[in-house]
Design a protein around this ligand. Structure first.
Ligand code: ATR
Length: 267
């Protein structure tokens, strides 16, 4: 049976094996998907051994996405732009190929599952770390009217804005309202909220948090209190997995039903 795995550290609580098992069932693929605890010392060796032993594909998660990027022989355009790799496969000639499906997974979740077009919209993205870098190109591909990156450390926002040809701002200098606000800071993880002015949210504003949780994230709570609808990143998690699955198996599973099921299980 074809072998796949997700490598990261920690990895025990990864939802990826359950997600890919469901995709395999749905699309009638014969495959096995497990977890691999990544080692700080020997990550690259672990990856090579996985493929030498006949493994067909690996997902890579925190904290190894940049190291996976560095060891690839060939990179997709979106992986190059992201500077990070979350999906690996071995080409027939033995080249290690790296892709990044995080951004397209998020964009498909927003545009297909949540029916929010990004075209011609004023988009605000909060944060300027790896997570934001990973989604910028797929967001820009949707031809928004503008993309503004706001970050606590303005220089990091400016760097990304220069590279991707969009706008940078501090939180304080932002002028709203925006049509779409995407939270890509890791502030939610610690229950914190960047200093966001209420005027960023208007009547039409729709909000997306790349983080997700059992309870509404602090960012989505802020949006909710201002009357804005939105969604968390559970669909992004399933979406990036679906794109990796597509790369490996050339068939694209349905994600909406699985997101709903995972949501129920989290309750
Ligand atoms: P990731 O890979 O999740 O993007 P990262 O590269 O460490 O992680 O980036 C974390 C992002 O969250 C950064 O934009 C960080 O802002 P700084 O660049 O100023 O550090 C942002 N962040 C984290 N905690 C925050 C907080 N409490 N308020 C605002 N921004 C925060």
């Amino acid at each position: 049976m074809d072998q796949y795995a997700v490598v990261g550290n920690p990895i025990a609580h990864s939802k990826s094996p359950a997600i890919h098992a469901e995709f395999a069932l749905q699309t009638k693929q014969s495959m096995q998907y497990t977890t691999l605890l990544g080692e700080d010392e020997g990550f690259e060796q672990q990856v090579r051994e996985f493929f030498q032993q006949g493994g067909k594909g690996l997902n890579v998660t925190v904290p190894f996405k940049e190291r996976a990027y560095a060891m690839c022989d060939v990179l997709s355009q979106r992986a190059k732009q992201a500077g990070a790799v979350n999906t690996l496969l071995m080409a027939k000639n033995g080249d290690l190929f790296g892709d990044n499906t995080d951004g397209i997974g998020m964009v498909r979740d927003i545009t297909i599952n949540h029916q929010q077009s990004l075209k011609d919209k004023r988009i605000l993205i909060l944060g300027a770390g790896g997570a934001v870098r990973g989604v910028l190109e797929p967001v820009l591909d949707e031809q928004p009217a503008s993309v503004t990156i706001a970050n606590r450390t303005l220089a990091k926002a400016q760097q990304l804005a220069d590279h991707f040809d969009c706008l940078a701002s501090s939180f304080e200098a932002l002028e709203g309202p925006f049509d779409i606000i995407i939270n890509g800071t890791s502030a939610s993880l610690s229950g914190q909220l960047p200093p966001l002015k209420d005027e960023l949210v208007g009547e039409q504003t729709w909000c997306y948090d790349m983080m997700y949780g059992k309870q509404r994230t602090v960012f989505l709570q802020w949006a909710h209190e201002l009357g804005a609808a939105g969604a968390d990143g559970l669909g992004m998690l399933v979406g990036q997995a679906a794109e990796a699955f597509y790369l490996w198996r050339q068939t694209r599973p349905d994600t909406a039903s699985l997101v709903a099921r995972l949501r129920e299980q989290m309750a």
